[in-house]
Structures are given as structure tokens and as C-alpha cells.
Design a protein around this ligand. Sequence first.
Ligand code: XIL
Length: 329
Amino acid sequence: TAAALKDLFADDFRIGAAVNPCTIRTQEKLLAHHFNSITAENEMKFASVHPREDLYTFEEADQIADFARKHGMALRGHTLVWHNQTTDWLFRDRQGRPVSKAVLFERIRSHIQTVVGRYKDDIYAWDVVNEVIADEGEQLLRSSLWTDIAGDEFIAKAFEYAHESDPNALLFYNDYNESHPHKRDKIYTLVKSLLDRGVPIHGIGLQAHWNLYDPSLDDIRAAIEKYASLGLQLQLTELDMSVFRFDDKRADLTEPAPGMLERQAELYEAVFKLLKEYRDCIGSVTFWGAADDYTWLSDFPVQGRKNWPFLFDEGHRPKPAYYRVAALT
Ligand code: XIL
């Protein structure tokens, strides 16, 4: 069998994977061999654990926490405050009108206390706030039900509530397009202003949903340098390397085109080489999945289109990218 990634990078950073109730069964051997950290792909999101005000549903989240414990893996928590996969009841009263800021804060505080409190002994790091920065334009924050009701104050509040719920947890701001210069600078500005105000935040999560064409290695390096200058821990939280350009809407490929997997291997090698240079500030590198038999990219952004973003193929065999990455160590 192939050398375990978690051992190869033991002196550098943890190696993680997003999992769900299906993949902890179908990929158990692969996960146990190569990975020493996991993240619940959907099962700890607001809509999954708190569908109604008076109802918490922790069954699937618990299965994932149990899996981490069984295999001695670190567990990341994902995510507390987000504009997606959050049930509408949070923002509305019984008549369907938007609630006041005070009510929203009470509700999210109680949510965070319940969820973070429950997994205190299992989860060492939480993505507290996810994707609040606007991709384009000069506006810092994305407009959402959160900003409609609470301006920008909900961000600091979420970190404070998470910190009071588990003072030992590392608290992260997490976002995508994190290596694009424009968004990078905005993420930096937000996190710096939180730090300047004494908000308890300990890390930046770089989602790292990358593809064969974008972002450039120079932009990745510049983003890491800039974030690291804040003195925070960095983690790659959702790494995958799509074989398609983001605007490529082709849906006809049923297997990788010639050259794709070689190019992917070269890129993964270059990326891990770069990440190793920053091992002092990078705590973990988590893939948004483990092997090509299951990836969210098979539905996003093109429904039903296959993708091959990982180091292991559909049969859980090491791909060219695995061998190039393993040879670095
Ligand atoms: C994705 C999951 O992988 C999908 O199964 C789900 O349908 C949508 O969310 N950024 C994040 C993750 O922070 O939570 C998202 O996960 C991918 C983008």
C-alpha cells in the first residue's frame, strides 16, 4: 500500500478530508490510512443541526464525531455563521417579518452555545464565520439576511459566542477565492479589523477550491504571505483541484482528457512544495473529499458533470498527483 500522507507530512501539517455519513463507510479504509483530520461536509451546518427553533438534530454530526474518535483523528467544525444552508426561521418571527438585531443575536448565541458546547471535547477548531466577503466591487461584505438585520456586528458577535462556548477552540474565518488579490485584500482588512478590536479569532481558512488554471502559484504565495503577516494560523480547509476552468460548462467528459491528470500532478506537486515552505504557519491541509468516487464538484457548477479533483482515483488508488506529492517528502 501507498505510504500514508499523514505520516509523510507529519512534520509539516495535518492532512484532512471532508466526510459525510456515506463516505465514512465507503472510504473508511482510505480515510483511516491517509488522513488524521476530518471535517463534516454538511452535517454540522445550521440547517442540518437546527432545522427549527425548538429542534436540534445531531444524529449525523454525532456519527462523524464518533468516526473521528474511533480513528484518533482531529475534528474541524464547519460552520456556524453562513448565508447558505441556514434555515430561514433564524431571521424571521412567527409572522414572517425580519427579527430585530437583538433577537438574531440571542438566537445565534444560543445556537453556538449548543453546538460548540456539544462538541467541546471533540472539535479543536471551528469555522465560525464563512464567506461573508463580497467577491466583486468595493463593498466589503456580501449582502445577506445577516447584514440586512445586523450590519457587520454579527461577525464579531459570532466569534465572541464561540469563544465563550469553548475557550480552547481555535476560531477561524473561512472563505473561497481567498488567493485572488482583490478578495485577499478584503479578507485581510476584515480579519485585521477584528484583531484590532480584540475579537477572539485565531486563524484564517483558505478554502482552496482551485482548478488547473486558477489561481496562479504566485497569487497563492502572496495570499499566504499576507494572511500570515497577521500572525494567525492558516489552514487550507476545502482543497480540491478541479480539472475544469470555472467558466467551462462542458458536460460531456466521462473520463479525464489526455494530459489533465499529468497537469494536475504537476500542480499538486508545486502547491505542496509551496505549502511546506510555510509549514510554520499552516496547521492543516484539508481536502474537500478524499477520492474521485465522490466530490461535490460532480454537481457544482455543472449538475451531473464528473470531476477528478483529488490525489486518489475512483477505486481509491493513488493518482499521478499522489506520487508527485509523496516524492516531495
Ligand atoms: C458544499 C458541500 O460539499 C455540498 O455537498 C453542499 O451541497 C453545498 O456545500 N464552501 C463551503 C462548503 O464552505 O460548506 C461547501 O460545501 C462548498 C463551498
